[in-house]
Design a protein around this ligand. Structure first.
Ligand SMILES: [Zn+2]
Length: 90
């Protein structure tokens, strides 16, 4: 069986050219990102550790908390909690 491999352009590791090892990338001919999944994950992690990255996360959270979507989601999770607690009916 011939296994197609792809070299990650970041860590230079040769990995099987599958979605297990590479994220999907529609613009690419083979549909796979040129960085392996662990390199992509590392980049996100490193970025979130920087001041800029943390600020971005904070801003994104703040922005999200102002949206209707968040309010609905929060209300839903509160309703869920109520449902889970034992009903006390007099
Ligand atoms: Zn890599």
């Amino acid at each position: 069986m011939v296994m197609t491999t792809q070299k990650c352009t970041k860590c230079k590791n040769e990995l099987p050219a599958t979605l297990e090892h590479f994220s999907p990338e529609k613009r690419k001919a083979n549909g796979l990102n040129s960085w392996c999944r662990s390199c992509r994950n590392n980049k996100v992690k490193v970025h979130h550790k920087t001041e800029n990255g943390q600020q971005q996360v904070l801003n994104a959270n703040r922005k999200y908390q102002k949206t209707e979507k968040f309010k609905v989601a929060r209300k839903r999770s509160e309703d869920k909690k109520k449902d889970l607690s034992p009903k006390q009916e007099a």
